[in-house]
Design a protein around this ligand. Sequence first.
Ligand SMILES: NC(=O)c1ccc[n+]([C@@H]2O[C@H](COP(=O)([O-])OP(=O)(O)OC[C@H]3O[C@@H](n4cnc5c(N)ncnc54)[C@H](OP(=O)(O)O)[C@@H]3O)[C@@H](O)[C@H]2O)c1
Length: 204
Amino acid sequence: MPPSPSSTPSLTLIVAATASNGIGLNGGLPWRLPEEMKYFAKVTQGVKVEGDEPNSVIMGRKTWDGIPARFRPLKGRRNLVVSRVGGVDVSSSPLTTLHSSLPSAIASLPSSTTNSKSFLIGGSQLYTLALTASPRPLVDRILLTRISSPSFPDCDAFLHEFRGQGWKRSSQKDLSEFVGFEVEEGEREEKGVRYAFEMWVWEA
Ligand SMILES: NC(=O)c1ccc[n+]([C@@H]2O[C@H](COP(=O)([O-])OP(=O)(O)OC[C@H]3O[C@@H](n4cnc5c(N)ncnc54)[C@H](OP(=O)(O)O)[C@@H]3O)[C@@H](O)[C@H]2O)c1
């Protein structure tokens, strides 16, 4: 049974998606956007002072496999990998753990009273599990990098459509406050790809 809302640690879904919710291709990302990756790293690592708990990132086994070996586990963060089958070698890092379900990974997160944040970083299957959970999603916030162009029509992995289902778009000020640094409003362009940083919160 999933944890009750009152005991559920706050969990933020973070994703980059096209206008038609494309997020992946052939097990990897359809684009290479170093500045967007820097934003992801900065947000998920957090602004920390000595003695702070590290933030946590939960991911599906395929997303773990898609991270180049030299970048895994994602540094400075607890890495929680979800797999039914297991068999993922996490022995090299004490900050990396394997979980047989998304609720069990969530149950092992530090409580929201600590100064650490927790993120669900993909992929498509894990996002769908979290967004379609009943009676409410397993995430209470979405940090979305919305890619407006090009359309990347070849995507083969998608973000479950969440808009219009109890999710409300936040102001840029609230987004900046949440991540702990200034995030400029509006679109930017990197390598011919146009995108904007958004935040949505669950208000149903
Ligand atoms: N654009 C973005 O922001 C972004 C972010 C992350 C990922 N992605 C992309 O998304 C794609 C990967 O997504 P994906 O959906 O194929 O894979 P995924 O969600 O990363 O991982 C799927 C795996 O998670 C495990 N799993 C799924 N449901 C489970 C459940 N109910 N209980 C326990 N374990 C469960 C299974 O692992 P086992 O098979 O080991 O049992 C399953 O094969 C890639 O293309 C990646 O690049 C994009």
